[in-house]
Write a protein that binds this ligand. Structure first.
Ligand code: OSB
Ligand code: MG
Length: 370
């Protein structure tokens, strides 16, 4: 297909409840919605770069800049029949994975709609519903955390992840574990520890956790290797993995025995697919992380999580957990078995609620071939 127009929308979405990680307490989330148009086909993608460069160096401002000046121009004047062609054309752009991923997702959606194929089918997903869990932010006390977890278990979630940081870690995890001895449970530090301060996490090793996510710095795969050698619990990398190459090196170093795949963080669904395949070859389980996506990114996450080596539950909760109003007509709900059904309509399988989109749009701009 020939792309005739691309529009970017900077969205600001108010969270129903603040979400606190080791790096910040968020009351809202920003992202960029990408719209690509070819004839009567319109595709959407979500760029997950948030308001500040805390989770990653990218934010919506850098992503907009890179898309406007370098990625969108690569779409003009050429037939695109597969998103991999876009990756080839922008391979020279260093980094900016979230910017690339947002555009790539819109191409997958448009091409899928054009061909009448769902994203799950295009990617090779084998399940029509995927196991999901909930990611719980830092709470004011261990008891408060147990109460919040109880609420989610009541709703039907069967896997819980809790955010930790130095000083808010062992007592909190122990409290949830003693309240729910058999609950599939994992923790996420978002890079808050050093090799030295991570020694405080030693008691977690006896709590039968599924994994310990990203304890050390984003740019430090090697020190995770030292930590993994000291823990029997699998170390899982999130922030550190930006490419299939990083994934391969982390596996070779034994720096991670599980990998969290977020298509946005690795440069797009095509790259997520490569990491999935590589991990499968090496018997490294993967699961789909979340970036508090709108219905657009959520649909994409569900499709990717349908691939066979996504054997751990994803951070893909029901739509109602996140925002008062989402931007898609479709809202994803939790099935009683702690799964969410993967969309089966062409492309992402969601339609934009244009009125809702308008209400959350801070800024938008359309781009045309030069
Ligand atoms: O580290 O997994 C993370 C949200 C924003 C940034 C980083 C992370 C998260 C989550 C939320 O844990 C998962 C979700 O989307 O529900
Ligand atoms: Mg994480």
């Amino acid at each position: 297909m020939l792309i005739e127009r691309v529009s970017l929308f900077h969205l600001r979405m108010e969270l129903k409840t603040p979400f606190e990680t080791s790096f910040e307490r968020s009351t809202h989330r920003d992202c960029i919605l990408v719209e690509v148009v070819s004839g009567d086909v319109v595709g959407y993608g979500e760029c997950v770069a948030d308001h500040n460069p805390a989770y990653s160096y990218e934010n919506y401002g850098t992503a907009w800049h890179i898309m406007e000046n370098y990625l969108i121009p690569a779409l003009w004047g050429t037939q695109i029949t597969h998103p991999a062609q876009f990756q080839e054309r922008v391979g020279w752009v260093r980094g900016h994975q979230m910017a690339k991923a947002g555009i790539e997702m819109a191409l997958w959606d448009a091409i899928g709609k054009g061909e009448g194929r769902s994203l799950r089918e295009m990617l090779g997903g084998t399940r029509n519903k995927v196991d999901v869990g909930v990611s719980i932010g830092i709470q004011s006390s261990p008891q408060e955390l147990v109460d919040v977890a109880a609420g989610y278990l009541e709703m039907g979630y069967r896997r819980v992840k809790i955010k930790i940081k130095p000083g808010i870690d062992v007592a909190e995890t122990e409290a949830v574990r003693s309240a729910y001895p058999d609950l599939p449970l994992q923790v996420d530090a978002n890079s808050a520890y050093t090799l030295a301060s991570a020694q405080a996490l030693k008691p977690l090793d006896d709590l039968n956790l599924l994994l310990i996510e990203q304890p050390l710095a984003e740019d430090d795969i090697w020190d995770h290797h030292y930590l993994q050698a000291e823990f029997k619990t699998p170390i899982c990398l999130d922030e550190s993995i930006h490419s299939p190459r990083h994934a391969r090196q982390a596996i070779e170093m034994d720096a991670a025995r599980v990998i969290n795949i977020k298509p946005g963080r690795v440069g797009g669904l095509s790259q997520a697919l490569l990491i999935h395949d590589l991990c499968q070859e090496h018997h490294i389980p993967v699961w789909c992380g979340g970036m508090l996506e709108t219905g657009v990114g959520r649909a994409s996450n569900l499709a990717v999580a349908a691939l066979p080596n996504f054997t751990l539950p994803g951070d893909i909760s029901a739509s109602e957990r996140y925002y008062h109003e989402d931007i898609t007509n479709e809202l994803f709900t939790l099935n009683p078995d702690s799964t969410i059904t993967v969309p089966d309509q062409p492309g992402l399988g969601v339609a934009i609620d244009q009125a809702a989109l308008k209400r959350v749009t801070q800024n938008s701009k359309a781009y045309f071939p030069k």
